[in-house]
Design a protein around this ligand. Sequence first.
Ligand code: DAT
Length: 171
Amino acid sequence: MRSKPNILVTGTPGTGKTTTSSALAEATHLRHINIGDLVKDKKLHDGWDDELQCYIINEDLVCDELEDTMEEGGNIVDYHGCDFFPERLFDRVVVLQTENSVLYDRLSKRGYTGAKLTNNIECEIFQELLEEAKESYREEIVVAMKSNTVDDMNRNVTTITEWVSSWGSTT
Ligand code: DAT
């Protein structure tokens, strides 16, 4: 067993993965790995998708890059997808969820418009990330958490921090 757990924080863009992961990293002293930044910095992509306005992630390169770090444990991985990581990498999979109207405002503020905006809102309406997480990981390690308000976020960070503190003593 890993001495420290690996946690995946996933959800539709705008649900608060990066903000939550960063607060969680501060509270737990685990390492925050933002996959979007990693892909960009280490060029783990197959170019730029003009239509979706994002890098085309190369999932194999990302998994290779993460392997050693993940084996050590103690990582918080933040990404809006979860089905391509090897299942054994994670001890907890957190799926953040946000009400449509709140998410719409956050994504509009971020400059999302047109298809990019509606695709992400639909992704949230259909709970696509929760489905993907349940299909990819054992159901008992998948937890859905509401992320509408700052209070929600603080509560989520506290809950996960308590779980991290108990790691090793209860498992
Ligand atoms: P993600 O990483 O899922 O794309 P983010 O962490 O960048 O999302 O957050 C998007 C914006 O929404 C950012 O301005 C912070 C804000 N936000 C995120 N979670 C929130 C919450 N639970 N309550 C209030 N604001 C939140």
